[in-house]
Each structure stands twice: as structure tokens, then as C-alpha cells.
Design a protein around this ligand. Structure first.
Ligand code: SF4
Ligand code: FES
Length: 565
């Protein structure tokens, strides 16, 4: 065996040697080498409770002769292992050099079957109507590690059902296995200590402290990490069996944090959004408010038509009219930090052909110090990267003043409602507005040309988050009939302005152009972004005062220290 680097140790699992980081939690170490130890209470992002006893394994260390200090060897020359007299809890074991582990002995299997039997004693066994079916660790471990039959013939405990812990979380206490993940999440991550257990033994019950409720903006993470069907989302429960849902990787547009998410849909309809693991951005958490962002997709106010002068028309005529207005000169632009990097790149090229002042609003609000930053947009940095912005976000004041003076005759507006940015109806009637947007508003009402945009759930692209990490999102559901992605609209306008064929707007093709034109992306491809994104060199914008700093407010290093004991 070759000598391990000092930061790693050698452990032996079921007779095989593995190099693992020194001090790492045994469950995590085994997971990383492809061995799953069943567990309930352990969660890699929470402190260790060690209360469910599902993760029992046998552990031992090489024996040494007390007199000589030399290793004691077996007849075959291998180190003799002093196995513990009873099984050990893997989640409270940290890896040290020489640690030996057995995960599949008759003793371990007997322990797993025993723990499963205890956990199921008072469980209602209502799997057919349980919303957790399909992603329930109790079901899965009962199948993989349980006895396969029940010896329990006594009366089960009756506990509260359908308890509203807060506005978004429903508790079925009979299903709770008292793992305390939800309690620890509220204490350690949400910093909202509202959950606890009352009563003892089989009568122990999860509840909110008197006078409190689980109402913080991260409450639905408890549903995600509850390993059984005890905590369910009041909004999602009973809407759809999870195995029918298609998962699509996405990025939250709630703020510049760029929380990684999974959008769950079936037959063109979105049912829920859950967090997607990215330790560099959001660990495995997301806000409750970001889970609702898909709801406007089906809003009756969606713009699902092309229009010129308030009359619905064909895409071709609307795009031709837009190009005609831009070619006439006197153009201004209102871009969007909600547009993807690819869309901003195409807008930049349009501006290159028909130059004019650019406004780019970056609405601010009070972040929460966790996963919502002060910047309420997902891609302000993309505007710097593509050259739309140089030194600071450009407010609409200058563009508005030029519209008032008559210097700007035509405004290409992407997603922003100018009525909320100080444009009066009179001013909106004075300029000719080309509006690209998803929902009807005062700007679309008074625009000369309306082009239907798509939501983040209906198209594919990338955003640059507050860490300058370029992250991909993918189309989860189709847009309204007859619509095309915003990038195609912009490419069509560009083609009409330049009299060249429209550029191909597949992400791969656009990224070839991005890599060629943006120095910070030289050599990058769409594929290189991967599932976790890639951070770019942002030294060129070190002087820009973004000032929205927000990130997970616990210290992962401190958490590791707690776990290492
Ligand atoms: S409700 Fe779920 S997460 Fe909370 S203690 Fe019970 S089983 Fe664990
Ligand atoms: S996972 Fe519960 S005791 Fe280890």
C-alpha cells in the first residue's frame, strides 16, 4: 500500500482499503467510496445527533502488543483487528488511520432489522395515501434492511394528524421517527428555534413551542430533509405522485445568490421547486419564497402573442416592424438583469449595430443574510461581462430624460415595466416602445411592438451569480403556443438589422461566440459549466460597488469541527 498524503487516512471497509480525508465522518467517507450506510438522523449539513441508531456498523482498530508496542499479526501476516464488543454508530465515528469497518455482517444486519422494527412499531403504515411515497427513506430502508414482515399485533399509538406547523408545512405526527433533523435545521440554519419534542418514549411528539409557529422563509427545507412522510408541503401535498414528475436543473431568479434548484414538472405543468445541492452556493437549501416563482407561468396575464400597434400579428411582421423602428435611429435601450447571459450578449450586438444609451435597473431590497441578497435580480453581472454595463448599474434617469427631450424616439425594453420606473403614460405614448416581456403591463399596453418573452422555466441559458459563478438553467416546460425563446427573438432582430442570416441560438453555438468575444470566457464552452457552474476571473470589475453580500450564515468549517468532535 502506498503512503497516504498526510491529509488522508487509510480505512478498511469490508476487507478493502480506501484513502479518505482524515477526520471525515464515517457515513460521508463510505458514501464517497460508494458504500451506503442506511441512516435517518444524520444529515451532512447539520450537527450530529446520533439518535436513530440506523447507521450501526462494526468497527475495530489494529491491535498492538502492550509490552512491545508492535502490531499483533494474524497467522497470514495481516494485522489482527480488535473489533469493538458491540456495534458502533457510524455517524458519530470519524475516520482515523487504520480504522476497520464491517457493514454487512450478520450482527449489522440484525441491528438494522431491529431498528427498523422499532421505528415501525407505531408507524401508521399508510404508504398508499402518503405523499412521501417515492422518496421515503422509511419505505426504502424497510425494503432494503427490514425484516420483511411485522411481529407487532398490539394497538398502535394514536398521535395528531394534519397539524399545521406554520403556513406552509403540515405535520403527521404518527409518521415522525423523531430524528430531529427538522429541529436542528431550525436551530442551526434558519436560526429560528421553534420546534421541539414533548412527552416521552413512544408518546414523544414533535410540536412548535407554545405561541410559536414554523413560519420562517426557510421552513420548507424541513420538508425536504424529513426522511419520512411526517412533514409535507401544504402547497404540494396530494397534487402529484413524485415518480411522475420530471426533474430539470434550474437557477433561482430570486436574487443574485443564484440558488441551484430542481424544477419538477409533468406534461408541461410545474408542480414544485426544490433545492439542488451546490456546496459552493446554497448547500442543499433554498428559501420558501423562491419555491413560488413558477406560479406566474400560468398567469392569465401572460403575453402569448406578437402585436404591432395593439393588433395581434404574425411573428414576422412584428419582428420586421421592430427592426424598422430601430433602423430609424434615435434608439435607447432598457435591458434586464433577469435576462440570461446569452440574451444579454445578443442585445449587446444589437446595440453595436444601432447604438444608443442603455439603462439597466438593479432593484435592491433588504437581503436576509442567508440565501437572499440585496440584489433582487439573478444576472446583473452578466451585463458587465457582455459589455452592456461598465462601471455601475445604469439607472433609467438618463434614458428617461432623453426620451422627454425627444433625443430618444424608440426604446427597446426587455422585461421591465417602464411605468414602475417613472415613465408616465404621456411619455410612453411619446416614444415608440418595442417591448419583450412575459406578462402584460402598462408598457406592453402602450407599446408599438409587443414580442412575447419566456420565463426562466421555459428556456435554457445561464446566469452569473454574486460570486461571478456562471450557472446553467434548462427548459422545464414549453412556452405558450407560438412563442420562441427570447434569444431567438433577439437573433431575428439582429439578422434584420444586419441583413445577415439569423445566428443559431442553441446554447452550444452561442457559447462559441461568447468564448470568442468575451476575454473572461476564452476557452469556455457551454458544456464546461457543468452542473455546479464555473467561476470566472472578475478582477476587471473589482471596483464596481455591488454591495449585496449574502451567503449561508453558518461557518462550514465550524460545522466540520463540531462533527469531528
Ligand atoms: S418530522 Fe421528520 S425531520 Fe422532524 S423529527 Fe420527525 S421524522 Fe425527523
Ligand atoms: S444516522 Fe441516526 S444514529 Fe447515525
Amino acid at each position: 500500500m502506498s503512503a497516504a498524503p498526510s491529509s488522508t487516512v487509510t480505512i478498511t471497509v469490508d476487507g478493502r482499503d480506501y484513502q479518505v480525508p482524515a477526520g471525515v465522518n464515517l457515513i460521508d467517507a463510505l458514501h464517497d467510496v460508494g458504500i451506503e450506510v442506511p441512516h435517518y438522523c444524520y444529515h451532512p449539513k447539520l450537527t450530529v445527533a446520533g439518535n436513530c441508531r440506523m447507521c450501526l456498523v462494526e468497527t475495530g482498530m489494529p491491535l498492538r502488543d502492550r509490552a512491545t508496542g508492535q502490531p499483533v499479526l494474524e497467522a497470514d501476516g495481516k494485522p489482527k483487528i480488535g473489533w469493538g464488543p458491540k456495534p458502533a454508530v457510524a455517524c458519530t465515528t470519524n475516520c482515523t488511520n487504520g480504522l476497520n469497518v464491517r457493514t454487512n455482517t450478520p450482527l449489522v444486519k440484525d441491528c438494522q432489522q431491529g431498528v427498523m422494527e422499532f421505528l415501525l412499531v407505531n408507524h401508521p403504515l399508510d404508504c398508499p395515501i402518503c405523499d412521501q411515497a417515492g422518496e421515503c427513506k422509511l419505505q426504502e430502508f424497510a425494503t432494503d434492511f427490514g425484516r420483511g414482515y411485522s411481529r407487532f399485533i398490539e394497538e398502535k399509538n394514536v398521535k395528531p394528524k394534519r397539524t399545521q406547523l406554520g403556513p406552509r408545512v403540515t405535520l403527521d405526527d404518527e409518521r415522525c421517527i423523531l430524528c430531529s433533523r427538522c429541529v436542528r435545521f431550525c436551530q442551526e440554519i434558519a436560526k429560528d428555534d421553534v420546534l421541539g419534542f414533548i412527552d416521552r418514549g413512544s408518546h414523544s411528539t414533535l410540536t412548535c413551542y407554545p405561541g410559536k409557529e414554523l413560519a420562517n422563509n426557510y421552513s420548507l427545507n424541513t420538508v425536504d430533509i424529513c426522511p419520512v412522510g411526517a412533514l409535507t408541503s401544504t402547497d404540494f401535498r396530494f397534487k402529484m405522485r413524485v415518480w411522475f414528475l420530471k426533474p430539470t436543473p434550474s437557477i433561482s431568479t430570486e436574487s443574485s445568490v443564484g440558488v441551484n434548484t430542481t424544477v419538477w414538472s409533468r406534461e408541461g405543468k410545474i408542480y414544485r421547486i426544490t433545492p439542488r445541492d451546490n456546496d459552493a452556493v446554497n448547500d442543499c437549501w433554498m428559501s420558501d419564497s423562491a419555491r413560488d416563482l413558477y406560479k406566474p407561468v400560468e398567469d392569465p396575464g401572460r403575453i402569448d402573442f406578437f402585436a404591432v400597434d395593439n393588433c395581434k400579428t404574425s411573428p414576422d411582421q412584428a419582428l420586421a416592424r421592430a427592426a424598422e423602428l430601430l433602423k430609424a435611429g434615435g434608439v435607447g435601450y432598457v435591458g434586464s438583469a433577469h435576462s440570461s447571459l446569452e440574451e444579454q450578449f445578443l442585445l449587446r450586438q444589437i446595440i453595436g449595430l444601432e447604438p444608443g444609451p442603455v439603462a439597466f435597473t438593479a432593484p435592491k431590497r433588504q437581503g436576509d443574510g442567508l440565501l437572499i441578497s440585496n440584489d433582487a435580480t439573478p444576472n446583473l453581472r452578466g451585463a458587465f461581462l457582455t459589455g452592456l454595463l461598465k462601471d455601475a448599474p445604469a439607472g433609467v434617469a438618463d434614458v428617461r430624460a432623453e426620451a422627454i427631450s425627444g433625443a430618444i424616439k424608440t426604446l427597446l425594453v426587455i422585461h421591465e415595466d417602464l411605468a414602475t420606473l417613472g415613465f408616465t403614460d404621456e411619455l410612453l405614448r411619446k416614444v415608440q416602445v418595442i417591448y419583450v416581456g412575459t406578462h402584460a403591463n402598462r408598457t406592453s399596453d402602450l407599446a408599438q411592438v409587443v414580442l412575447p418573452g419566456l420565463t426562466v422555466f421555459e428556456k435554457t441559458g445561464s446566469f452569473v451569480n454574486q460570486q461571478w459563478r456562471v450557472q446553467r438553467f434548462f427548459q422545464a416546460v414549453p412556452g405558450p403556443a407560438g412563442t420562441v425563446p427570447d434569444a431567438q427573438l433577439l437573433a431575428q432582430i439582429l439578422a434584420r438589422l444586419s441583413s445577415a442570416p439569423a445566428v443559431v441560438t442553441s446554447p452550444e453555438a452561442l457559447w462559441t461566440s461568447l468564448a470568442a468575444r468575451v476575454p473572461q470566457l476564452a476557452g469556455w464552452t457551454w458544456g464546461v459549466l457543468g452542473s455546479l457552474g464555473k467561476v470566472l476571473d472578475a478582477s476587471a470589475w473589482a471596483h464596481v460597488p455591488f454591495g449585496e453580500g449574502s451567503s449561508l450564515h453558518y461557518d462550514p468549517a465550524a460545522l466540520t469541527a463540531v462533527k469531528a468532535g
